[in-house]
Ligand binder design. Structure first.
Ligand SMILES: Cc1cc2nc3c(=O)[nH]c(=O)nc-3n(C[C@H](O)[C@H](O)[C@H](O)COP(=O)(O)OP(=O)(O)OC[C@H]3O[C@@H](n4cnc5c(N)ncnc54)[C@H](O)[C@@H]3O)c2cc1C
Length: 291
């Protein structure tokens, strides 16, 4: 039995925002794969729901004339994996969401829900961070655009106000063109497990040198992060084992792993260093580089 007191099936994004504004306790339900678990556990936080599941306008995946890729917040992981636009333009997003749960979950769960729940382990977070996605948010005061950089504020906390609805992700061409990118999820099992550590890298090359490295981790700090020191250590460096080692040394200044029942802090740090070398190498090779 779920403790749902009020339920509203939104007919449009504007309708959902109106309902949220009129009901300060109301929360969005998208695919429901987090919300229904919370309700099943007896949480009262989700007793007043606005359901955006039927809003096909929030599911679209399109490429705009200037090359900006737009992914609706209600696009499920399966729809993202099947998208020709995503595979051609931002394939690391498909690679990352393909590691979430299992097929049944991916048919229901959305990328909007994965980012709005603020999970430290969200598999889509790293890919969105390295592509510096813009988030289009509809609220009581109209529409605004916020960067995913800075959106995660701590475990379970994101920069959304009560009544805000994330409608889409936008990835501008300057944030994906020329980059090779890769994701690796280190987990105890190959499926139906959340990440012990997730590592995403995007690399743009200038000949045999690294022009720009973008490196993101999940579960390496209290929120998904970009790694400023590691990124700077790679700029202008040649593709070599020495560079990879220098980047994995520098990453220690960016991360703050903790001990949990899944893994100790020391083990996580070892995985972070190992994945830094492996995933940066793969991203550079996908950008056409050779070591
Ligand atoms: C068995 C199982 C395995 C899982 N495995 C993984 C995994 O491997 N990797 C992983 O990252 N996650 C995993 N999850 C967690 C979950 O599936 C994902 O976080 C999923 O992406 C949530 O999306 P949803 O559409 O189901 O969100 P919902 O449950 O509907 O919502 C999640 C939260 O986001 C808010 N929200 C949703 N959409 C919006 C929006 N458009 N605007 C504003 N707020 C919104 C809701 O109010 C709620 O707080 C797993 C869950 C289960 C049950």
């Amino acid at each position: 039995m779920f403790a749902i007191e009020h339920y509203c099936k939104a007919e449009s994004a504007e309708d959902a925002v109106r309902f949220l504004a009129a009901n300060p306790e109301a929360k969005v339900i998208a695919g429901g794969t987090d919300v229904l678990i919370r309700l099943h556990e007896g949480s009262k936080a989700y007793g007043n729901l606005v359901d955006i599941n039927g809003l096909t306008e929030l599911k679209e995946i399109t490429e705009e004339a200037d090359g900006t890729v737009r992914i609706g917040s209600m696009a499920t992981f399966s729809e993202i994996m099947d998208s020709d636009i995503v595979s051609r333009r931002v394939p690391v997003i498909a690679e990352a969401v393909g590691t979430v749960g299992g097929p049944q979950l991916r048919n229901m769960a959305t990328m909007g829900g994965n980012i709005c729940n603020g999970a430290v382990s969200a598999d889509s977070a790293g890919a969105l961070l390295v592509h510096e996605a813009d988030l289009v948010i509809l609220g009581a005061d109209g529409e605004r655009v916020a960067s995913v950089l800075g959106f995660h504020q701590g475990p379970g906390r994101v920069a959304l106000k009560q009544g805000d609805l994330l409608t889409s992700f936008r990835i501008r061409p300057e944030n994906y063109k020329g980059f090779g990118a890769a994701y690796y999820k280190y987990a105890m099992r190959d499926a139906m497990d959340i990440a012990t550590i997730g590592c995403t890298a995007a690399t743009r090359l200038d000949g045999d040198q690294i022009d720009e490295l973008r490196l993101a981790f999940t579960v390496a700090a209290p929120k998904p992060i970009r790694c400023e020191h590691a990124e700077k250590s790679a700029t202008g460096k040649s593709l070599s084992e020495k560079t990879l080692k220098a980047v994995s040394d520098a990453v220690e200044k960016d991360v703050k792993p903790r001990t949990s029942w899944r893994a100790t802090k020391e083990f996580r740090l070892h995985i972070i260093r190992t994945l830094t070398e492996r995933v940066v190498r793969q991203a550079a090779e996908r950008a056409g580089g050779k070591f």
